[in-house]
Design a protein around this ligand. Sequence first.
Ligand SMILES: [Zn+2]
Length: 439
Amino acid sequence: MIRRTDFRVVEKEEQSLKAQPIHKHASPAWPSCLLRLAVMICVFASYAWTAYPSEAAGAEAVVPKNESNSEKVVYLSFDDGPGKHTREVLDILREEQVQATFFVLGEEAERYPELIQAAVEEGHALGNHTYNHHYDELYSDFKSFWKQVKQTEEIVNRITGFRPNLVRAPGGTYGHFDQNYFDLLELGGYTVMDWNVDSGDSKRKGVPAKEILRNATKVPSDTSSVIVLMHDGGAHAETVKALPGIIEYYRDHGYRFDTMNAENQPVQFRVHPEGKYKSRKAPGAEWVTEHVKANRNLWLTGKELKVEIGLAAATLKQGEFRVEDQRIMVPLRPFMKKFGGSIRWDVESRTATAVWKDRVIQADSVRGELKSTSASLSNDRTIQGAVQGQGGTIWVPLRELLELMGLDVSSLQSDESEWIVKANLPLAAALNFYLYRTI
Ligand SMILES: [Zn+2]
């Protein structure tokens, strides 16, 4: 459940505890050897669902059309924290074995860094909810909104080592965002997420748990992907009380619980036609280039992925790898072939077996297990829940695969056009391999 083995991007310059400007080049330091690409790296959904909130509520029913997948998913989301009730929320989620997404405020993250850390360690996703939630600043012009997004992003990055690129607008986008806000955030590499089920826990002070439960389980018809808005800040003790019932409802109705990521199709409210932002000035082209366009380099979006193993290298183009649940996933067969491995598929057991140097790596698509055995070393290992079979292709997480290949993953670097993962055969293993082959 705790995705400790994920990749984590750590940019060297940002390990100092100062706010930093945007970096075009990430340096290769990732001390924990983890590269949790946060939600972030990602390739964006090619289209957005348009939501039509009721005028009165400001933001209500969202009915995503053309649901291709009949599987029901619920994304529980908590805004405005971390705060007084976050720990209780985390405890309930852990007990129920459910994961959620926390849209955090920078100023609260500064106050409770341990809760940010705990949320990540317990497998939840983080999103950016700006720094201080003040509408008058955030919606005066885009530059102010941007500044707070970056400020919060730096704070989260200092605490966790990754940058969330999910953004939720305080109060929702409806009546707040003009098209320019949407466009510029997308250009900068962010995915804006509103919601389609409002628990109503912040409609007024002290909304009772019963009412929160009722609202939080009012799913619009035709919606199989539900995003529930809740709050975990100081005044939301009733939300904590309602939470077990909310989880029970979705569980009983066959929903899968998941965390949001930037690859999800965004649920976004439409732009209010007569928003009070009519007089807003859009930022100039120069500012957009310097701040927003440059920002894209922080994510994997639009880049290729180059993997170097010792002296061998292979490049995976867009579509040849993907980022999911904060992990880089690669298709096993083409990946092993690129590095001179052999692979065969056993139809009966639905298991792929790859042979690479002295390693035998098996990907069991039924059990989801990825395991390695080696003829010369006794460090066999099994990783659960790592394998996905999809349309005849076996996808596995890159980091785990490299480890099972007996490699030390040493760095991740980025330049304008690609991400580079470097891995090396440890000296001892290389020697052992040599002996094994020569005996
Ligand atoms: Zn909020």
